[in-house]
Design a binder for this molecule. Sequence first.
Ligand code: ADP
Ligand code: NI
Length: 221
Amino acid sequence: MISHPEQLRILGEVEKRTRTCFAGNGSGHDFDHILRVYRIATKIAGEENCDLFVVSLAALLHDVGDYKLSADGTENHRQAISDLLSGLDIPQEITARIAEIVENVSFKGNGVSDKPMSPEGCCVRDADRLDAMGAIGVARAFAYGALKSRPMYDPDICSENFNSFEAYQNNKSHTINHFYEKLLLLKDRMETPTGKKMAEGRHAFLEKYLNEFVMEWRSEA
Ligand code: ADP
Ligand code: NI
């Protein structure tokens, strides 16, 4: 637990600012997503050897400046983070570690490997990915798909392999393909023991959900 008064003051203020920043987001990137990632990341961090202050801040800030949330689809994590943290007196060394994590949290494509992360970054990346799996993951995928006017499913359009972040970002396929292009791959990309363990049940739920979805789609269930 963090007990340093200055760190607690900063965390409280960052929580307030991110709450405002993500309020009313209907894409599955609302403040409740941020809070879930914060809770899972700090839980994982308790079992790793890492700096809990950095994990906490990076979890709260992990979607700030993301292309999926910007009006013009561009990404600028460093600028957005620096704007959000302005006036908070956070040491430059800490801000740099957080920005480095946030830039590497996002999934960049099924054919693109994850960049190696600090132990703190692994906690946040695993936590963010866990929230894209399981029942919440299903809900978030369809919320995002609806916002982007994507069809739920089209059995004639197969999933693809994306070897660059750009190709992955430009993909406009149906939401069930997103399960095959990202969600089902996350279990094997977990990096912390707690993340790996938590991913098992959530992955099994995704598989069960897909079976049921296809059976109902074909009116077989
Ligand atoms: P990341 O930065 O790794 O994409 P986020 O926290 O931004 O992680 O979460 C992305 C969320 O948006 C996930 O729940 C994911 O299912 C959803 N999402 C992203 N791309 C798509 C897509 N093409 N179709 C459906 N859902 C998507
Ligand atoms: Ni996220």
